[in-house]
Ligand binder design. Sequence first.
Ligand code: URA
Ligand code: ZN
Length: 352
Amino acid sequence: MTLPLIDVHTHMYLPRYMELLRQRTKVPRVVSRAGGDRLIILPDEEADQSTSAGRPIGGEFHEVSRKLAFMDTHGIAISVVSSANPWIDFVEPDAAPALAAQLNDDLEAICAGSAGRLLGFGVLPLQRPETCAAELKRIAGHKHMRGVIIGSAGRGRGLDDPDFEPIWKAAADSGLFVFIHPHYGIGHGLFPDTGHAMMLALGFTFETSIAVALLILRGVLARHPGLKLLIAHAGGTLPYLAGRLDSCVKNDISKDFGLPKPPSHYLRQCWFDSIAYHGPALAALEAFADPEKIMFGTDHPFFRPHVTDDVLDRTTWPSPEENLQALGTLSAERQKAIAYQNGVAAFGVKLP
Ligand code: URA
Ligand code: ZN
């Protein structure tokens, strides 16, 4: 069965941002080498011998035509495009609000010119949290913007940072999604010389899990039940660990978080992408989440296949294929819901 797809987890580095990465001499940066440009963005990536060369980066990261070509090859009708990590985290605080606004306007213009194929998640200047509510309100007026993407680390103090309270309120009031995505990883000092594999498989997912768990334990979702959080990579590890989190919170004699309901109640208010790569992991997400809140994702243009650039756009990428195979283990009704029906409802779109 070929299903139309709405991809809610797909990235671009917008041209203005690429320029910034090319000018930099420190991580995050893009370096021009004889064999092509390399993307070096992760903490410690340049210091570890197994990752110091970074990853290849070509037009698939920043050209709209390449995003559309990827979508066509994979049967994706609509993509909700977000900037990729590390967003504008490294920018001087005073420059961040204006840059965020420019990037958000750039993304809106790209989406507006896409004949209904692209929607956007913008960025926020988290280093100046007091400006973020106004930016959220501003982009709520942009026709193609459906929310913002923010890193799980926040501005380095976690998502339970008290200064973020106006952000959660503004997002809930405007109905915009907040897409929570990892970048810094957890524990990379523990696994040197493992390339990108351990960082992306475990570092990223535990970073997201800890950030979202803390946000829940500090009461953010209890205070803002209308807040629409979309959690990356099938919720990190949380759908699988939610029962353990409930039990550990309930049985802790040293700390009372004062939550009216168990943490899993609030976690179930969240949306999740279906990027699980594996039937059993997707089954755990299915068993846990609200059935209307799981939506297909690809993580394009990361995990690029090992082919030359001239054939890339016509090549089937393994990472979306693995996720489609996992989706194929579910009932026809559930496949439809995750592939596009939940996205249609969440983002108020019609399939072209
Ligand atoms: N690697 C990244 O750096 N970001 C992603 O979103 C996926 C893989
Ligand atoms: Zn991603």
